[in-house]
Design a protein around this ligand. Structure first.
Ligand code: GDP
Length: 506
């Protein structure tokens, strides 16, 4: 069986994702100093002009990939931007993982961003391990947290550990499987490896622990793998409690690389042929160079450096001479990679988000959707002679997945669509920095968009009556631009032969 575990951490900002990431990497021996994750990120960001936004807002726009190894297991951790403002990047990253850790702040419970990311995981039946963080501080009661997760997310919860007291009364974390308590040590009250028996607990605490152990479902691997049950660990990323248990749980329970849908077929990891799909494209850190890195999630086969793969969008093979493996400390040149691994492929715009790469060019992965934009804006040029540059820029940036672009059938007012406000800021700043195009974004009459499908006759008919509300996307596909969701429903009712789709599979 594969020794790969490819996963992401989902959480609301401030719940402790960065801290937990550092601790996971530390345990995996990938970094030696806590704090390096953020520091290294900052140094890298400084090199890029358009990423100034990240610095100004103190957030991370781009996702990265971190790989570490422990006890013979290779962990690929894909970082999802942890900002309240959503981007399509975040969604797409979750299409490339096999499982997720959901980090919850013990005092705050389920927060909006956690819930949104959770819903994306549920859509794809991505199994989730829950980490209730910050038990070294005053938090909600164990039951309150467990019941909230169960109710809010409609999941079975199966507690695997419990904090002995919280805040000032915190004396360690009891691991149910081993029956041992991880204890705080030293002035920092961190966990440094000291474990012992629980000893005599005060009566109310003993009762609370007992109810936690017997009052909830037992762990069930199948229910977890189906996304119906989440094992719950309590801990403190900052003080290192629960991190060991979390890694062990991923190694033991989290699914190895899963088959990926390709139309009617499922491509399994044991297929001989190397296959994968692009889930993210990132521009070069140096804005003067047009090259990009495409992130491929490998689905099957054994990849070797120099291998020729055919991108579905290009139709002819390219040799992958300098693939990048994202080791936590450094980017290392990959010689081989397996199903579940992520490979960075430098290119000049030939690779697009959603592309399939394969040796035989016979399959197409499905399930990497474009999402109906929730914000639509008209792009207005300050200098009207720059139309050509703008078109090029919008095409490029939509290929990268920064925005979606819609070219209306009537009139020359191009429209961009995004799912999060932040994507618009990135657009404007990159237009200026990289394409020397000054543009402003103005309100558009449309509120959302739907991809149209149906037989040719029905499509033609609809088109002739609704031209003013129709646009073509980057691929030339027909899109209905709606003034409201009500509008969508109305048209759907009147045109039962057409489908109005909120996602588009590529
Ligand atoms: P992110 O926004 O989810 O990446 O959260 P961070 O990892 O940056 O953590 C947010 C804040 O919570 C920081 O000030 C951390 O030091 C703090 N923090 C993280 N984990 C813990 C914990 O287990 N206990 C306590 N007391 N603070 C924590």
């Amino acid at each position: 069986m594969s020794n790969r575990r490819t996963f992401a951490i989902i959480s609301h900002p401030d719940a402790g994702k960065t801290t937990l990431t550092e601790k996971l990497l530390l345990q995996g021996g990938a970094i030696h100093l806590a704090g390096e994750v953020k520091a290294r990120g900052a140094a890298r960001r400084a090199r890029s002009d358009w990423m100034k936004i990240e610095q100004q807002r103190g957030i991370s726009v781009t996702s990265s990939v971190m790989t570490f190894e422990k006890d013979g297991i290779t962990f690929n951790l894909l970082d999802t931007p942890g900002h309240e403002d959503f981007s399509e990047d975040t969604y797409r990253t979750l299409t490339a993982v096999d499982s997720a850790i959901m980090v919850i702040d013990a005092a705050k419970g389920i927060e909006p961003q956690t819930r949104k990311l959770f819903e994306v995981c549920r859509l794809r039946s991505v199994p989730i391990i829950t980490f209730v963080n910050k038990v070294d501080r005053e938090g909600r009661s164990i039951f309150e947290t467990l019941d909230e997760v169960a109710d809010a997310l409609a999941l079975d919860v199966s507690p695997q550990s419990a904090p002995l007291g919280m805040g000032g009364l915190f004396t360690g974390v009891l691991d149910f499987a081993s029956g041992t308590v991880a204890r705080p040590e030293g002035e920092s009250r961190e966990y440094r490896g000291k474990r012992d028996a629980p000893g005599d607990l005060p009566e109310d605490l003993a009762e609370e622990i007992e109810l936690t152990r017997i009052g909830y479902p037992e762990f069930d691997l199948e229910a977890y793998r189906n996304g119906d049950l989440t094992p719950v660990f309590f801990g403190s990323a900052l003080k290192n409690f629960g991190v060991e248990e979390l890694i062990a749980a991923i190694a033991r329970w989290a699914p190895p690389p899963r088959p990926q849908p390709a139309g009617e077929d499922q491509i399994t990891p044991d297929r001989d042929e190397v296959t994968g799909f692009i889930f993210k494209v990132q521009a070069n850190m140096d804005p003067n160079h047009r090259d990009r890195i495409a992130f491929m999630r490998q689905v099957s086969g054994t990849f070797k450096r120099g291998m020729k793969l055919t991108p579905s969008g290009l139709g002819k093979p390219i040799a992958i001479h300098s693939p990048i493996l994202f080791m936590a400390q450094d980017r290392e040149l990959a010689d081989t990679a397996q199903a579940g691994d992520i490979i960075g492929i430098p290119n000049h715009g030939t690779l697009r988000v959603g592309d399939t790469l394969s040796e035989k060019n016979q399959i197409r992965f499905t399930g990497l959707p474009n999402f109906a934009p929730e914000i639509l804006r008209r792009v207005v040029l300050r200098d009207p002679t720059k139309t050509k540059q703008l078109r090029k820029a919008l095409d490029d940036l939509s290929e990268e997945g920064v925005i979606q672009v819609f070219y209306p059938e009537i009139g020359g007012q191009w429209i961009v669509g995004v799912v999060g406000q932040l994507q618009l800021d990135v657009l404007v700043s990159r237009l200026e920095a990289e394409y020397k195009v000054e543009a402003v974004l103005e309100a558009s009459p449309f509120a959302t968009a739907r991809w149209l499908a149906g037989d040719a006759k029905a499509m033609d008919e609809f088109e002739s009556f609704n031209r003013a509300n129709l646009a073509r996307d980057r691929d030339g596909d027909l899109v209905f631009m709606a003034k409201s969701v009500w509008d969508v429903n109305y048209q759907q009712e009147r045109n039962p032969d057409l489908t109005f789709s909120a996602t588009k599979e590529r």
